[in-house]
Design a protein around this ligand. Structure first.
Ligand SMILES: [Zn+2]
Ligand SMILES: [Zn+2]
Length: 114
């Protein structure tokens, strides 16, 4: 049986003039329409990867697991000065500030410890 479309996938795509998408490169090259990078930057090791800085959420926040289905104000106490502060608990959100308003500021926390 003949499958007329079987070869369509293998049909050679035309190479077109493209510009490398690597920041700072922009080199012209001939490539298939789906390519994004010049020959050099097609290799992953030559690409500048965006650095993602993950700040530890535990530094300023606590994970508060709850089952509230409505926004609810609760009172927590600051880990630095023990003062109470109000926190609005939001459904499905589990990350909340660990300190009172005053001590959410890292600098002020340092001051307090001295
Ligand atoms: Zn390039
Ligand atoms: Zn405090």
């Amino acid at each position: 049986m003949n499958l007329p479309n079987a070869n369509d996938k293998n049909r050679k795509q035309k190479e077109t003039l493209k510009y490398c998408k690597e920041p700072g490169c922009g080199k012209e090259y001939l490539g298939h329409p789906v390519t994004k990078y010049c020959e050099t930057h097609r290799l992953l090791k030559n690409r500048v990867r965006k650095k993602v800085i993950y700040k530890d959420i535990g530094i300023d926040n606590i994970i508060f697991k709850h089952t509230f289905t409505q926004s609810t104000d609760i009172v927590m106490s600051c880990k630095i000065c023990n003062r109470d502060y109000a926190v609005t608990i939001i459904p499905k959100q589990q990350i909340y500030p660990k300190y009172c308003k005053e001590h959410r500021n890292e600098y002020k926390r340092e001051q307090y410890k001295k």
